[in-house]
Ligand binder design. Structure first.
Ligand code: GLN
Length: 487
């Protein structure tokens, strides 16, 4: 692999702006590399080779004319295929959206372009972002670049895998209950879920609207900070985005944790069956302490109900959001004698088994007579989980722990839905409480698979979270600075 593909996006953009490298050369190099890794990894559903070269040339021309295309000048970026890129298919890795072309760019895509990014392709996911391994994709299998017999994690598995395989500098994912952080952890890259409302979801196909956030996968914390700065902020097309100042995240990155308190739920580490994960995370906590942080014990007594609450809330919202796929407005349509039959045929054939399961669960939870018992009650427990975090954050500035109970598992290993749902045990509570959270690579297990640490901070404390992660990243460089053999 060319050295140029192993630098981070911040450095790549610097070189392009300084005319040390051209955007076109960088993009072509990356596309050639992707063509070598893709047969084994399968991260991309589609690469837009001609379009990417054209965008890169436009960046080079602008620079040639003395203009500055922005802080992501010439950086090749991949987009999860549930986020719209104008004129291209948005499949959500489902047969349901067969032939659907996005009529507009998602706000995040528009903002990345405005910062000089080159959009290179669309990545695989679990169908409609429902899953933890990418195996629910109706279109293709994605494999973990560190060991292709293992899953990349999900649902944003393609986006995590391409950044790990060096076939994208940055990619976008969406996180509803862990779909950025889990694959980030399994693929050894940074997966950042911004605070709820920090980044516009306009142009993201909605799964569970009270939880969905778009965020980046990157190879360095400063790239996460940079891409967040570019994408964050008010968007009139998404009413959950407040007109709140967007800090200069990259400028605020620090190298010390002096005066900071880091909360740890001891039980998570002590009781974790996978000792390799527990030990790697435990020693990263020691690094935080060496950086000057005071480690304090915190409790999240209601977090254990997170999975139960999530599968009621997320499924209920999904059943409502996915009702728009009816054979009339988007994608697939199966003709039949009457309207009802057409709906049934279309939805019956278009949706895969996991999506149907969620729609049924959610519809049941919302139905008259069961609403209070399920959706109403889940909402109350959700409030208790958020209050646990509020109480914990009185004692600390951020919370550190494991991102997942294990490293990437083998493809096909988890066949029952419940064991798949348990993958998100550590990531779901943060989603329910609207926190910002990330997975940061902290080591490898004996099999050479990456281990991720989960860092969480209060809503809108993104700058503090990124700064702490940056300090920790500096101390870990030597132990995590590896590239998968496949790259
Ligand atoms: N794995 C969880 C689910 O299947 C989370 C998915 C996500 O965050 N999009 O719903």
């Amino acid at each position: 692999m060319d050295e140029l593909l192993n630098i981070d996006a911040t450095e790549a953009a610097r070189r392009v702006r300084a005319r040390e490298a051209s955007a076109e050369a960088l993009t072509s190099l990356l596309l050639e590399h992707a063509q070598k890794t893709e047969p084994a990894v399968g991260a991309y559903l589609r690469l837009d080779i001609d379009g990417a070269i054209e965008q890169a040339r436009a960046i080079d021309n602008a620079i040639g004319d003395g203009k500055d295309p922005g802080p992501l000048s010439g950086v090749p970026i991949a987009i999860k295929d549930n986020i719209h890129v104008k004129g291209q298919l948005t499949t959500c890795a489902s047969k349901m959206l067969d032939g659907f072309n996005a009529p507009y760019d998602a706000t995040v895509v528009e903002r990345l372009r405005a910062a000089g990014a080159v959009i290179v392709g669309k990545t695989n996911l679990d169908e409609f972002a429902m899953g933890s391994s990418c195996e629910n994709s109706a279109l293709q299998q994605t494999h973990n670049p560190w060991d292709v017999t293992h899953v990349p994690g999900g649902s944003s598995g393609g986006s995590a895998a391409c950044v790990a395989a060096r076939s994208a500098f940055i990619s976008l994912g969406s996180d509803t209950g862990g779909s950025i952080r889990l694959p980030g952890s399994f693929c050894g890259v940074i997966g950042y879920k911004p605070s709820y409302g920090r980044v516009s979801r306009y142009g993201l196909v909605a799964f569970a609207s009270s939880l969905d956030q778009i965020g980046p996968f990157t190879r360095s914390v400063r790239d996460a900070a940079l891409s967040l700065r570019v994408m964050a902020g008010r968007d009139v097309m998404d009413s959950t985005t407040p007109a709140r100042e967007v800090p200069d995240y990259p400028a605020l990155l620090g190298d010390s944790l002096k005066g900071k308190r880091v909360g740890v739920v001891r039980r998570y580490l002590d009781e974790m069956p996978n000792r390799e994960v527990a030990d790697a995370v435990g020693s990263a906590v020691t690094n935080l302490e060496k950086l000057g942080a005071e480690i304090v014990d915190v409790e999240l007594p209601h977090a254990e109900y997170g999975i139960a609450v999530y599968y009621v809330v997320a499924s209920a919202e999904a059943s409502s959001n996915l009702s728009r796929f009816d054979g009339v407005r988007y994608g697939l349509r199966k003709e039949a004698d009457n309207l009802l039959e057409m709906y049934k045929q279309t939805r019956g054939e278009g949706f895969g088994p996991e999506v149907k399961r969620r729609i049924m669960l959610g519809t049941y939870a919302l139905s008259a007579g069961h609403y209070d018992e399920f959706y109403g009650r889940a909402g109350k427990v959700r409030t208790l989980i958020a209050r646990d975090f509020e109480a914990a954050f009185e004692k600390c500035d951020l919370i550190a722990g494991p991102c997942a109970p294990f490293t990437a598992f083998k493809s096909g290993e988890k066949s029952d839905p419940l064991s798949m749902y348990l993958c998100d045990v550590y990531t779901i509570p943060a989603s329910l409480a609207g926190l910002c959270a990330m997975s940061l690579p902290v080591g490898f297990d004996k099999a050479g698979l990456p281990i991720g640490m989960h860092l969480q901070a209060p809503p809108y404390a993104d700058a503090e979270l990124l700064s702490a992660a940056h300090a920790l990243e500096l101390t870990l460089k030597a132990s995590v600075d590896r590239v998968p053999a496949i790259a």
